[in-house]
Design a binder for this molecule. Structure first.
Ligand SMILES: *[C@@H]1O[C@H](CO)[C@@H](O)[C@H](O)[C@H]1NC(C)=O
Ligand SMILES: *[C@@H]1O[C@H](CO)[C@@H](O)[C@H](O)[C@H]1NC(C)=O
Ligand SMILES: *[C@@H]1O[C@H](CO)[C@@H](O)[C@H](O)[C@H]1NC(C)=O
Ligand SMILES: *[C@@H]1O[C@H](CO)[C@@H](O)[C@H](O)[C@H]1NC(C)=O
Ligand SMILES: *[C@@H]1O[C@H](CO)[C@@H](O)[C@H](O)[C@H]1NC(C)=O
Ligand SMILES: *[C@@H]1O[C@H](CO)[C@@H](O)[C@H](O)[C@H]1NC(C)=O
Ligand SMILES: *[C@@H]1O[C@H](CO)[C@@H](O)[C@H](O)[C@H]1NC(C)=O
Ligand SMILES: *[C@@H]1O[C@H](CO)[C@@H](O)[C@H](O)[C@H]1NC(C)=O
Length: 649
């Protein structure tokens, strides 16, 4: 006989001894009975051929006999739910058969320490949860290089989480929840890039969550609740696009909820309750269409409660006890007073930016004046591909009005403080974009004139064309080529939009072509100064067109200052330009470099993970050549993997 299965057969008392005469047994299962004796001390000697021993759900007592190690072919030992009372398992576990792959001893009444000699090289699953294990997790567990599933939850373990746990890169499930573990999460855990579920809830862990969490790219469950973590929620977390469950509740997290939380498209369960989170609930959460549980109560959040799809079914309860959430009639909270929740910090940044931009704009204007004098002088020589003046179609205000449905909101494509851009459909069904300048705003006249002047003189496949303009004393507008596919920003960061590797490469080549055209080495260059994903527009064929010329930053500046978008532009400014106000073609080259890195990592240069010495450039540089998969946009990797699998199949 090779296999004996007596599951749920009402066996009581001691295990019938005759079973131990069947020395040929490979598999013995006596699970779900009422066996209540000790295991015979010679069990391993009598049944030396055992591969699997399953004794789940009995009332076995005593010790786990050392002779288990004589069953040298044992791969599965399942003792879940028994009543062993001695601490004997832990001290002999290292002597168990070297072939063991799976040890289950959940709810077994085991006490004592995890022994240092746990040298079971083939072990893949170790479940010692719900016991009374004490002491610390020994480093000796780390050489278990095949371990995929480690469950030590609900014990009395204390001390550090060993840093070398990060060496077990095969780990997929790590459960350390409900122990007494303390101190910080070792950054080396970031090496666990195949981790699928990690629960560290209900310990005494503290310090910051390391940004390396961002490498848990395939994780579906992360629970760090009920600890004493402080600092900001690392913004790298937004790259975890497979995450279904995220709980950071009951900690001391501060700062704002990362802006792009909405990019964790798989989220169904999000608990951030009971922290010190401040600022607004990011609008991007509206895109989490699978979100069915949200709790941000007991924080210091303020401002508007988003009202997109997933918020439709929420009651006020998940938002309770915050500072000043507002503007959601159905939640019966007061309307928002827009100025009431501006952050002091944001104000300061905005002020600094404003001063910087003032300096920049003066310099820019000077450059442009200089440029145009030069340009006129060299017109006949210039290689800047000047086209013969074409007579633009005359379009009247009335035509504009009709073409935009009376400048209706449904036609609005974007807004800057100097004006708004509308989609316009003329009678003959041609589609344009119209940039209407808001002349109430100081500087709008000048910016209109400058942009008109520039756009009249340049023309290139990768620049947006100005088709016509309309200018009188109280109405100024530019008619631009309409770009049906919107901006690169949209394609990088909006849910449901995706560009593959080649498309991104093509776009970056297009932008480089535009720059090459603007920066000829034999005549006066034109410096764009505001390259960023928002200003790269895509036509029907995904050909990129650089838009918003030169003073675009002036155009966008003003009422937008309170939005992070304008602050984001900050990351694209070359340090020299930012600090010394120097305008040169190098500024564009710098911005181009940032743009290039952003396009393939899908991470903003202003991301929180970049601070002090850790710049985007350094981060990427350090990942070369072996760890490039850590920095590259995971969506690209997923696709590549699919291709590979397809090829292999
Ligand atoms: C085990 O025995 C108890 C009484 O001692 C009985 O209530 C229970 O149903 C038994 N369980 C099984 C699985 O036979
Ligand atoms: C096996 O059977 C023999 C008799 O047939 C008996 O003497 C011996 O004790 C048995 N061994 C075990 C382990 O039950
Ligand atoms: C059983 O295991 C022990 C300890 O590993 C060893 O000393 C002993 O020789 C083994 N017995 C047999 C019969 O293999
Ligand atoms: C179990 O292993 C430990 C250390 O590896 C050793 O000291 C001890 O003698 C072993 N016990 C048996 C029964 O083999
Ligand atoms: C873990 O890995 C690091 C570096 O890869 C190495 O220095 C260290 O010795 C390893 N630790 C263990 C316990 O294997
Ligand atoms: C994580 O562990 C805690 C504490 O043991 C438990 O309450 C919680 O349900 C676990 N989280 C998940 C998502 O399973
Ligand atoms: C939200 O979290 C708070 C604090 O953790 C808790 O008291 C409350 O019951 C939770 N609300 C819901 C709807 O689960
Ligand atoms: C809201 O609830 C309704 C009815 O319970 C359900 O049909 C709908 O799918 C829910 N919507 C979301 C976004 O969960």
């Amino acid at each position: 006989m090779k296999e004996l299965v007596l599951v749920a057969t009402n066996l009581m008392g001691a295990i019938p001894t005759s079973i131990f005469n069947i020395s040929s047994l490979l598999s013995l299962s006596l699970s779900e009975n009422n066996l209540s004796s000790n295991l015979p001390s010679n069990i391993g000697l009598w049944l030396p051929n055992l591969h699997g021993l399953l004794l789940v759900g009995n009332k076995l007592t005593g010790i786990i006999p050392e002779s288990i190690s004589n069953a040298s072919k044992l791969t599965l030992l399942d003792l879940n739910s028994n009543a062993f009372t001695d601490d004997i398992l832990p001290t002999t576990i290292g002597n168990f058969s070297a072939s063991l792959e799976n040890i289950q001893a959940d709810h077994c009444g085991i006490r004592g320490n995890i022994p240092n000699e746990i040298a079971l090289g083939k072990l893949q699953i170790l479940d010692l949860s719900n016991n009374r294990l004490q002491g610390s997790i020994p480093d000796d567990i780390c050489p278990l290089k095949n371990m995929g599933d480690l469950r030590l939850n609900e014990n009395e373990l204390f001390g550090l989480i060993p840093e070398c746990l990060g060496n077990i890169t095969s780990l997929r499930y790590l459960y350390l929840n409900s122990n007494k573990l303390a101190f910080v999460i070792p950054t080396r855990l970031g090496n666990l890039k195949d981790i699928s579920e990690i629960n560290m809830s209900s310990n005494s862990l503290n310090g910051n969550l390391p940004p390396q969490l961002g490498s848990f790219k395939v994780a579906t469950l992360i629970d760090f609740s009920m600890n004493q973590f402080t600092g900001k929620i690392p913004s790298t977390i937004i790259g975890l696009q497979n995450l279904v469950t995220l709980s950071l509740a009951h900690n001391k997290f501060q700062g704002s909820i990362p802006d792009l939380f909405g990019s964790m498209v798989s989220l169904e369960f999000l608990d951030l309750s009971y922290n010190d989170l401040s600022d607004v609930i990011p609008k991007s959460l509206e895109t989490l269409s699978h979100l069915s549980y949200l709790n941000v109560s007991f924080n210091k959040l303020r401002g508007e409660i988003p009202n997109g799809v997933p918020f439709a079914n929420f009651t006020i309860q998940p938002f309770m006890l915050n500072d000043a959430l507002c503007d959601a009639p159905k939640f019966q909270v007061p309307a928002c007073h827009t100025s009431s929740f501006h952050h002091l910090r944001k104000k300061r940044v905005a002020l600094a930016l404003y001063i910087l931009l003032q300096i920049a704009s003066i310099l820019l204007a000077t450059t442009f004046v200089f440029l145009f004098i030069k340009c006129r002088r060299y017109k006949s020589l210039s290689n800047v591909d000047l086209l013969p003046t074409i007579t633009p179609p005359r379009i009247t205000y009335q035509q504009f009005f009709r073409a935009t449905n009376g400048f209706s909101e449904s036609n609005l494509l974007g807004m800057g403080s100097f004006g708004s851009v509308y989609k316009a459909i003329l009678e003959d069904t041609t589609v344009f974009a119209i940039k209407v300048f808001n002349l109430q705003v100081e500087g709008a006249f000048k910016s209109f004139d400058i942009e008109c002047e520039i756009m009249r003189h340049i023309r290139h496949r990768n620049l947006t064309k100005v088709i016509s303009s309309c200018s009188n004393l109280d109405f100024k507008a530019l008619v631009l080529e309409y770009m049906p596919n919107g901006s690169l920003e949209k394609w990088l960061y909006s849910y449901n939009y995706f560009l593959d590797m080649l498309q991104r490469l093509d776009i970056m080549i297009d932008v480089a072509c535009a720059l090459e055209y603007l920066h000829p080495d034999y005549s006066m260059p034109l410096v764009h100064c505001d390259l960023k994903p928002n200003n790269i527009l895509l036509d029907d064929d995904f050909v990129a067109h650089v838009s918003d010329f030169g003073i675009a930053k002036l155009l966008d500046f003003g009422e937008n200052v309170t939005h992070t978008n304008t602050i984001a532009t900050f990351g694209y400014i070359a340090p020299k330009f930012g600090l010394e106000g120097l305008v040169s073609t190098s500024c564009d080259v710098y911005s181009y470099g940032i743009l290039l890195m952003e396009t393939f990592t899908r991470l903003k240069p202003t991301d929180e993970m970049f601070f002090e010495d850790m710049t985007m450039k350094r981060w990427i540089n350090e990942s070369l050549p072996n760890a490039i998969s850590h920095v590259i946009d995971t969506n690209l990797l997923k696709l590549e993997e699919e291709h590979l699998t397809a090829v292999v199949l």
